[in-house]
Design a protein around this ligand. Sequence first.
Ligand code: AMP
Length: 396
Amino acid sequence: MKILIINAGSSSLKYQFMESEGGEVFAKGLCERIGIDGRLTHKVPGREDVKLDIPMPTHNEAIQAVLDIMVDPEKGVISSVDEIAAVGHRVLHGGMAFTASCIIDDACIEAIKKCIPLGPLHNPANLMGIEACQKIMPNTPQVAVFDTAFHMTMPPKAYIYAIPYEYYEKDDVRRYGFHGTSHRYVSARAIDMLGNPEHSKVISCHLGNGSSLAAIVDGKVVDTSMGLGPLAGFPMGTRSGDVDATILEYLMGRYNYSIKEMLNILNKKSGVLGISGVSSDFRDLDAAAAEGNQRAQLALDKFIYEVKKYIGAYAAAMGGVDAIIFTAGIGENSMDLRQNICDGLDYMGVKMDAEKNRVRGKEADVSAEDSKVKIFIIPTNEELMIAMDTAELCKK
Ligand code: AMP
């Protein structure tokens, strides 16, 4: 089935048009500066990229611009919008309401709206994308795929926070976890690469601009590093990961920060950018560290140390591990980081083959012959997962 995938942000909208079986991508692109002026970048494999300035006061005009370019006789890839069998939307927060993807109807929209307090930045934007598609292509089925859904199998001891229980009961405060679509895709591939055993224990390391780890037993998440929101876990590009809450009170008092300013620091100015003062991009950090920048090296060391700690914690939580997966920008591309994370884990049967590890962006088994634990590099493909879910639900 030919599926249009939409990932709507507040002022941008990414799209990909692809085949759900096999994953062939026909076109993809990005609408930017929605609500400001509007710019469309449209990419078709084997052709030159198209960049157009198109007024986009709202997401409606952005979706219309995407459909117009898709059916354009010269730049397009289809002759009619009817060739789009269904639309799959990436939605950040499904709260406790969604344990799987769902066909978008009134009840689904209401439930996504109820999750706005949990995902205040993303869910309203995701809804704008959904509502624009409903308006412009009312007869095309739409599906919502949630970043949180795959993690909903966590047991209470993993998702409960040690604060008064009433905040869980009354206010839905608990660990949710994110990157679920990515963890789901790569862990399914890993289980396949393990030969589909009856039982499996997998640690999925999604290391990109945002990063999270998930512990997955028999294909089901038992723990993950992000929490109520995507700020939690270990340091990321610009996000702090877990910090002692006392720091907030201390700095807010010292500098008279509002909670909004404090959270902006933790979300946008922290992580490896905050430690290094150089960049949130690991390629810049590698270059700076190679030139002797101590703080860039410290940022890298901190990241590696924290990921290693999570791997140890999850191996303990699961009572062992059969495979460790590296995925996303850093996980797929940075040989040094993968090597450094796995270094010193031989005591738990993790042994990387340095030669095999010299690979970038390709599916590979990089574990040594005598490694008890498989180490896989698996490029993530959230879009394919969304397309597959969308097709499956529409066929039903
Ligand atoms: P993602 O969010 O998955 O797109 O990952 C983006 C991040 O991957 C970038 O910010 C970089 O930090 C990192 N990255 C991409 N390529 C490399 C590379 N060759 N070496 C190290 N880090 C990389």
